[in-house]
Design a protein around this ligand. Structure first.
Ligand code: ATP
Length: 281
């Protein structure tokens, strides 16, 4: 039996460059692992894949992306046994925090350890890509530039331990819907990704916080104006900057120190939104 932490991610920037003929979009994003995590427990069983997950809105069957990851791993490496997966969810679902992708990444890493397969991360990332575009990043973790459809990864210097407050309105947003609704030719407010990468290298959190941009906000904020209000609330209560993560609806604020993040948490914790204090790792 083995237990792993499956960390969530936020986007420190998200730009869409083009729409491919197959419907996927080419992206340029700065990804960042955060401390918030699900816990994945894996156990050898005689055959097949079993999954236990009691969280609402998460399938506890072969539709769960963690189940698909386990099946792919058992098949690819011809493993003559099965695996039981237990998922304890702490990452909000359909929230722009890569909750499913990180569970899948942890299953790949965990099966590698449980069966002592000795597979290198690069090979696991190749298999991960067949399961979901964000899975390779979740295997790698840390601070990274993600390009292509999210699978071409360049590791960046670690952003350090930045205090964060996540605020998630109680709505789920379908990533597919957001991308389908995006009119690539009409995108404005693009991030200056180079500037953000230099700010991260220099440990300049203010420049990072003030220049973060996510072009998907145009779609999600239009449909759910509450997101824009949360961004403003975070700034009003002391955040250096605030932005929606991924396709939303989670918004995060970046803070100068933990005390300031806790102050904002106290101000917002009784709102109708889910508030989570965390930090980058
Ligand atoms: P991303 O940021 O990668 O777009 P997300 O954080 O917005 O992802 P997820 O939490 O991964 O979204 O959930 C997306 C959908 O996937 C949900 O509708 C959920 O039912 C389904 N799903 C399948 N497996 C999982 C899992 N292990 N954890 C969470 N959701 C899962």
């Amino acid at each position: 039996m083995i237990s792993l932490k499956a960390h969530a991610k936020i986007n420190l920037s998200l730009d869409v460059l083009s729409r491919r003929d197959d419907g996927y979009h080419t992206l340029q994003m700065i990804m960042q692992t955060i401390q918030l995590h699900d816990t994945i427990t894996l156990e050898k069983i005689p055959s097949g894949v079993e999954i236990i997950c009691e969280a609402p809105y998460v399938p506890d069957n072969s539709s769960n992306i963690a189940y698909k990851a386990a099946e792919a791993m058992l098949q690819q490496y011809n493993i003559q046994a099965g695996v039981k997966i237990e998922i304890t969810k702490k990452i909000p679902v359909a929230a722009g925090l890569a909750g499913g992708s990180t569970d899948a990444a942890a299953v790949l890493k965990g099966i590698n350890m449980l069966f002592e397969l000795g597979i290198e991360p690069a090979e696991m990332m190749r298999l991960g890509k067949t399961i979901g575009a964000d899975v390779p990043y979740c295997i790698m973790g840390g601070t990274a530039l993600a390009e292509g459809i999210g699978e071409i990864l360049t590791s960046l210097p670690p952003a350090g331990n930045i205090p964060l407050l996540l605020v998630k309105p109680r709505i789920g947003v379908s990533t597919a819907w957001v991308y389908k609704s995006l009119e690539v030719k009409k995108i404005t407010g693009k991030p200056d990704t180079k500037l953000l990468m230099s700010a991260i290298s220099a440990g300049d959190i203010s420049t990072l916080a003030l220049n973060m941009k996510n072009v998907l906000e145009s779609v999600t904020c239009k449909r759910f104006p509450v997101i824009e209000n949360i961004k403003k609330d975070l700034i009003r209560h002391g955040a250096l900057g605030s932005m929606m993560s991924g396709s939303g609806p989670t918004v995060f604020g970046i803070f100068e120190d933990v005390e300031k993040a806790e102050y904002a948490f106290d101000k917002l914790k009784n709102s109708k939104h889910e508030c989570i204090l965390t930090h980058t790792v």
